[in-house]
Design a protein around this ligand. Structure first.
Ligand code: ATP
Length: 410
């Protein structure tokens, strides 16, 4: 409706200058090439949710490469990559954002003999191949249609009523990653799955669709979930749906519930926390995912340190320091989420934070300790003396240092 279009024009008007410039440049290029061009997918969804995002997806009724090249010249910045198939392209900007271009004419690239299709039905088909109605809306940017919402499948209605709805009944069979995506969008926006979509998930899972999914693709979606603020709720939801048990072939003690939303945790930290209650065999099962070498290495290191700490009969601060000094921040943060270690870890972090040795290697060398491991050992002893409260003042620290260097020189 007209009122709707005015609302959207207002939303577009209120976008950050940077993004508006990109859209306006897209419009000039679209008009001059005579192509209909749309912004599509997540950007449109988030714009309508009053929560605009940075990354633009353009879909072009025309030659995608030609559009991308002309846009790149118009913008005169960033880096252009043309992908050889399907007429897709990307422009990456120095600030880390990017802009993607796709063509509704990709069928031509794949099937040279395909019947010519009218433009409007190509856009409709392109949108129909998407995952959910809320992601299947397009926004016209040509000057004669600027701000017109193309919404064949009820995306706006579903945004308003807070529902994740698939586009057809074979959606999850066709692409099982959409099960994880459904959970991700639902929990991110606090939406629910429409009744049919929920049934679609259950049916697909019962049919064993996850077994058709490659480990790479499952991992990719899992990593996207780790990046989300509401990651814990998403993980919980995957457990409730039976996705995790089905994928890993066993019921693992995922530690999802303990993570508060407002805690600003990195993906790596969330990953370690989520496996913090696993035993060695369970960790190996989790490590079947196609994770980076770093994430695997940290998980094993985390388990090793956790086991070592739990094996200590008492966890005083200097014993903890022996296990924890030099250990990555990710691992130290994750250890706090093991209920058996929470208290000790908090005490330790607090003590370490207050710890400020006045003495350094330089001072020790001046006292005649030669360069080498000895210096490190003395510094550690002083550190532990502070942690065990055997010393309390810089003067006492100096005293201890003299005593230790004296012993060494003998
Ligand atoms: P996010 O905010 O997480 O980036 P997004 O919607 O931009 O969300 P992308 O993964 O970047 O998500 O996907 C861009 C668009 O491509 C989606 O909006 C959706 O229309 C489509 N899409 C992505 N993955 C699939 C899929 N597995 N099946 C169908 N369509 C998909």
């Amino acid at each position: 409706s007209l009122a709707m279009r005015q609302d959207i024009l207002d939303l577009l008007e209120n976008l950050p200058e940077e993004i508006k410039k990109l859209i306006k440049a897209g419009q000039r290029v679209a008009d001059s090439l005579g192509y209909s061009v749309f912004i599509i997918g997540g950007f449109v969804r988030d714009l309508l949710l009053l929560n605009p995002t940075q990354d633009l997806d353009f879909v072009v009724e025309g030659n995608g490469h030609a559009f991308a090249q002309a846009l790149y010249q118009e913008l005169n910045r960033g880096q252009l990559t043309l992908h050889d198939s399907f007429g897709t392209a990307r422009i990456e900007f120095p600030n880390g954002t990017h802009l993607d271009v796709a063509s509704t004419r990709w069928e031509y690239y794949e099937f040279p003999g395909a019947l010519p299709q009218v433009e409007e039905s190509r856009l409709r088909d392109d949108l129909f191949r998407r995952d959910f109605t809320i992601n299947a809306m397009a926004l016209a940017i040509n000057s004669d249609r600027y701000g017109e919402l193309v919404d064949y499948y009820g995306g706006l209605r579903d945004l308003k009523q807070g529902e994740i709805r698939f586009l057809h009944h074979l959606s999850f069979i066709e692409d099982p990653t959409r099960i994880l995506r459904a959970v991700r969008f639902a929990e991110r926006y606090r939406f629910r799955l429409s009744k049919e979509t929920q049934e679609g998930v259950a049916t697909a899972l019962k049919a064993g669709v996850l077994h058709k999914l490659s480990t790479e693709r499952f991992t990719q979606e899992f990593l996207l979930i780790l990046r989300e603020k509401q990651y814990a709720r998403m993980g919980q939801s995957l457990i409730e749906l039976g996705v995790m048990e089905e994928w890993f072939g066993e019921r693992l003690p995922w530690n999802f519930t303990r993570i508060p939303e407002n805690e600003n945790l990195t993906s790596e930290e969330k990953w370690l926390i989520s496996v913090s209650l696993f035993n060695q065999q369970q960790i190996n099962s989790a490590l079947s995912l196609k994770l980076s070498r770093e994430m695997k290495r940290e998980a094993l290191k985390f388990k090793e340190i956790q086991a070592a700490l739990l094996a200590e009969s008492s966890l005083n601060l200097s014993i903890m320091d022996q296990h924890l000094s030099g250990v990555s921040r990710n691992i130290r943060i994750a250890l706090r989420y093991d209920p058996a270690l929470e208290q000790s870890m908090n005490n330790y972090e607090q003590a370490v934070e207050q710890l400020k040795l006045e003495i350094n290697g330089f001072a020790l060398r001046k006292l005649g300790i030669s360069e080498g491991p000895e210096i490190g050992r003395i510094l550690k002893e002083i550190r532990w003396a502070w942690l065990e409260q055997k010393i309390h003042t810089p003067a006492e620290e100096k005293q201890l240092m003299l005593q230790l260097t004296e012993q060494r020189r003998k």
